[in-house]
Ligand binder design. Sequence first.
Ligand code: FAD
Ligand code: MLT
Ligand code: ZN
Length: 474
Amino acid sequence: TKDRYSHVKRGNFATLEQNHLKFFTDLLGENRVVSNPSDCQAYNVDWIRSVRGYSNCVLKPRTTQEVSEILAFCNRHRLAVCPQGGNTGLVGGSVPVFDEIIVNTGLMNKILSIDEISGVLVCEAGCVLETLDDRLAEKDLMMPLDLGAKGSCHIGGNISTNAGGLRLLRYGNLHGSVLGLEAVKADGEIMDLLSTLKKDNTGFHLKHLFIGSEGTLGLVTKIAIQCPPKPKATNVSFLGLQTFENVLETFQLARKELGEILSSFELIDALSLDIVTGHLGLKSPIQDFPFYVLVETQGSNATHDEDKMNRFLEIAMKTGTVEDGTVTNEDSKIKAIWALRESITEGLLRDGYVFKYDLSLPIKEFYGIVTEFRKRIGEDAVRICGYGHVGDGNIHLNISTKEFSQDILKRIEPFVYEHTSQLRGSVSAEHGIGFRKPKYVHYSKTEPAINLMKDIKRIMDPNGILNPYKVLPS
Ligand code: FAD
Ligand code: MLT
Ligand code: ZN
């Protein structure tokens, strides 16, 4: 029904008609227009099943020109559109709220070029992150980002959410590594910003408007991205620690001792590890501790890197900051250790309902929020756990309950956002705002900043057809 979400009403958009479907079918052919309600279902539900739309139209363009014609038509006819990549987003941005037309990038999956000298990859938006990484590996290159959803997420979705992930501490965020992109504006105009240059200060850096704007300003169709060389040596250690202070000391030590080869420093608390060992049956390589960290190095000289890792571990053990640990350079063991970290998101869903928070906080206050919520909610939750990207000051606070509870929600929000705001943190570190968080943006952005965002939206999408109800507060 139109009143399915109490806080948002369907906008004044047109409703899909037969003549609209005829236009799409003439443009794409029958196979690339999905309009059967049961076939549309999977495209209407997000990965964590928190948002469900009822669109009866999924379009699968293959080219930028087709995207341009689709958007120009939708704009003319005031049909709302939801851009969709791999549909792994965690804030409900990738599925319609009501009956928005879904434009899915799944068939825009060609690699256009890989320059082995500069390391620049140019590809279409629908390429799956892991596939790109596999193809680059053949040329001794790698993608500058990695995340648990790599097997499904698209590079266009990554760019549209400015995804962070597991190695941001080493390779930086996408505003740094995306050299250029091509995007289609709401009115169908193609913006060719597909530069492969490292340096280009010719006016405003328009590509940044599309990075992290979650499909509200345009549909990204192509990407040029700077890829680092594939490391010759990788070492991963998995360490057990008693306190969060020990985690911070270990991080400081890792930065000092591992320097330029440190590629990841991830936190898993005991209840987060329990998700993957309990629900998913994975095995921890060490005994039980309150905290675990996963430390990874990537470099070009195995002996040098191993020496550094061993020295780091020696100091950490000698000073007692780390009590137990294991280290490996074997591919299969590295994968098994990473699985303990990457599978938490999936395993958590088995608890029941998950209240997910993705916060940037000053590193010293990083874990305090988890402890605070254990005091506030305690046994009324199935689990209150924290994991995340220590190196980037980004904690994932997750509170699971058997089922959704309004009472628990009221005890979490708005406190979680007020607390974050007081510490000058961010209420969305890397997942974005999507449908679930527009009303909380003000905790991290001033009113003038929000107004400027709205002005930009009005200029680029005057009819508001692109991902309505998302990102911008109403
Ligand atoms: P979708 O989910 O399809 O879309 C995400 C948003 O981008 C939507 O608003 C959509 O409208 C828009 N969009 C998609 N494609 C385009 C396009 N071509 N043009 C314009 N707009 C578009 N995120 C992190 O940052 N770090 C992590 O470590 C991380 N780990 C994850 C682990 C798991 C197991 C899962 C399920 C998710 C994880 N995520 C993480 C969240 C998610 O994977 C990322 O946000 C990812 O970048 C989304 O890509 P996607 O192709 O699935 O996009
Ligand atoms: C992660 O770091 O695992 C992802 O951001 C997903 C999550 O927060 O669960
Ligand atoms: Zn994350």
